[in-house]
Design a protein around this ligand. Structure first.
Ligand SMILES: NC(=O)C1=CN([C@@H]2O[C@H](COP(=O)(O)OP(=O)(O)OC[C@H]3O[C@@H](n4cnc5c(N)ncnc54)[C@H](OP(=O)(O)O)[C@@H]3O)[C@@H](O)[C@H]2O)[C@@H](O)CC1
Ligand SMILES: [K+]
Length: 504
């Protein structure tokens, strides 16, 4: 199933097409879209509340059409018998739709109040301050209202977009911005990337999409989507009986610098539990010759190791020594599938020559930077990367001609042709050392089994997050979840996916 995500510009185009389609021929009156948005949101509000509440509902309505949606909700809920308070930040030139919604709300039993001082006991806050028309950081009364909602223990339902959040990028509009932290968001006409990455993951809550009946108008191909097993199901294959370890690929982790042996071992364990036929740690410095917990992993001196014909996961615990740089250079000039992570990314960032040769690498390449590593590669700060995760991941994928997994909340998977997927699995338990090494090892195994880079990156990111979700559901986190627990959970998720795919 496809889960397209639309930019604000694309939503505006869809909105225009829908308006002309829905308006009676030859008329120019208000379009029914806002009415539909209000109806959909009122129905969803009652679903969130479990029916018509006895407590008060507070509706925050802004000056634009997002405020119009909110006024429709206020009128609908009040007409159904709910106790509704409205704080309305009136605009100077409301659209005909918003003017109509205001008249409906004023004619209903909804109570218009000037501030929220007597609304502390409410059972639901409806945020209709700003949607896709947000143009600058929140200030004044709008900011005060949003900060007030932060103290509310009740559900907060955002209309279209949590106010203060950029629907394209998922960052709070700043500097020093604030945004509503919704428990639920009902978003209109199409889903939006900003609800699923960066700050959006903390501000949107559960996202519900309502197309307002505008089906068939989403003609412009979305270049972003939510990651889902359907996007890589074609690569999920059950094991053949007539197979052997050579069938499932060799993965070699280029790492093992002094003092950092653990990172390479974590990547290697992940590769093993994800089903690689044989797994090596090719160590740049002398170190452990055995992982006592996972004796299946073979340890070699990287200097004399034959990387050819093997999938290389370069970077976990690799360090930045001259020896490490030389070995990285050698594998980049090879032709096999390649995962570039951690120290290997920093070395590429420091050397335009190495970066150019990486871009020219003959085989499949996936790079797995966290925001700071991505920033170094792009020559900007991590804050700049985080301010627009999608565009920066796209830019990096194009520059390095590689599939990029930009890690962090709502990981962004980007392809050199501009295609992007956002990953919705995972939780803050993954914010701990070593989880990136596990992801890199997992990607390596899938590449080693012949998966294309795009599908390998999608599947690995999805599985990695799903494994963390499985662990948290079982009580192992999010606080204190360790990277070493992930490989077994990844194995469980992968086998479940393959079994499902076989049944489908
Ligand atoms: N049209 C339709 O048929 C449909 C529209 N729909 C709904 O409309 C929403 C988009 O509506 P919109 O374009 O009016 O933008 P919206 O988000 O309400 O904000 C713009 C207003 O806020 C103001 N403003 C901006 N930033 C500000 C700030 N920081 N602080 C203070 N003011 C600020 C700005 O005024 P400015 O001062 O910038 O001139 C303007 O007045 C969309 O998200 C969806 O909910 C759905 O019902 C589907 C059908
Ligand atoms: K809103």
């Amino acid at each position: 199933m496809d889960n397209p995500l639309y930019s604000v510009a694309q939503i505006r185009a869809i909105e225009q097409a829908a308006q002309s389609q829905l308006r009676p021929l030859g008329t120019s009156g208000p379009s029914p879209l806002m009415r539909r948005a209000g109806e959909a949101a009122s129905t969803y509000a009652l679903e969130v509340l479990g029916g018509l509440p006895t407590g008060r509902i507070l509706v925050l309505a802004g000056p634009g059409n997002n405020g119009g949606d909110a006024l429709e909700v206020a009128a609908n809920l009040a007409n159904l018998g709910a106790n509704v308070d409205v704080v309305h930040l009136a605009g100077t030139a409301p659209s005909p739709e918003t003017g109509h919604a205001l008249a409906r709300a004023q004619a209903s039993r909804a109570r218009f109040v000037s501030d929220v001082a007597d609304c502390n006991g409410c059972c639901l806050v409806v945020d209709g301050l700003f949607g896709i028309g947000l143009a600058r950081p929140l200030a004044g009364q709008a900011r005060a209202l949003v900060e007030w909602t932060h103290g509310m223990a009740c559900p907060v339902l955002a209309l279209d977009v949590p106010s203060g959040l950029d629907a394209d990028t998922g960052s709070v509009v700043g500097p020093d911005g604030v945004a509503v932290r919704a428990t639920h968001t009902i978003t209109f006409l199409g889903d939006k990337p900003g609800l699923h990455t960066g700050d959006g993951c903390d501000h949107a809550g559960r996202v519900h999409v309502n197309r307002l009946g505008a089906h068939g108008l989403h003609t412009e191909a979305a270049h972003a989507r939510l990651n889902a097993p359907a996007l890589f199901a074609g690569c999920l294959a059950p094991r053949r009986n007539n197979s052997h370890k050579g069938t499932y690929g060799d993965v070699a982790v280029l790492g093992g610098a002094r003092g950092m042996a653990g990172a390479g071992i974590l990547a290697a364990r992940a590769a093993l539990y994800a089903g690689a036929g044989r797994v090596f740690v090719a160590a740049v410095d002398p170190g452990p010759g055995l992982d006592p917990l996972q004796p299946e992993i073979m340890f070699r001196d990287a200097a004399g190791f034959a990387f050819d014909g093997r999938t290389v996961v370069a970077g976990p615990g690799m360090g930045d020594s001259a020896g490490a740089t030389h070995l990285l250079s050698k594998v980049i000039d090879g032709t096999g599938p390649l995962v570039v992570d951690a120290d290997a990314l920093n070395l590429c960032a420091a050397s335009p020559d190495l970066a150019a040769r990486l871009a020219a690498h003959g085989g499949e390449v996936v790079i797995t930077p966290h925001p700071l590593e991505a920033a170094r590669l792009l020559g900007v700060t991590a804050a700049v990367v985080q301010a627009d995760r999608l565009e920066n991941a796209r830019e990096l994928a194009e520059r390095l001609d590689a599939v990029v997994v930009l890690k962090g909340a709502g990981s962004v998977i980007a392809r050199p042709d501009g295609e992007v997927a956002l990953n919705a699995t995972g939780n803050p338990g993954l914010a701990t050392g070593g989880t990136g090494d596990v992801l890199a090892g997992l990607v390596g195994t899938l590449l080693g089994q012949g998966w294309p880079a795009w599908e390998a990156a999608l599947a690995a990111t999805w599985l990695h997050g799903a494994a963390a979700d499985r662990l948290v559901a079982g009580g192992a986190g999010p606080i204190g979840l360790t990277a070493g627990e992930l490989p077994r959970a990844i194995r469980a998720e992968l086998n479940a996916l393959v079994a499902d795919a076989a049944l489908a």
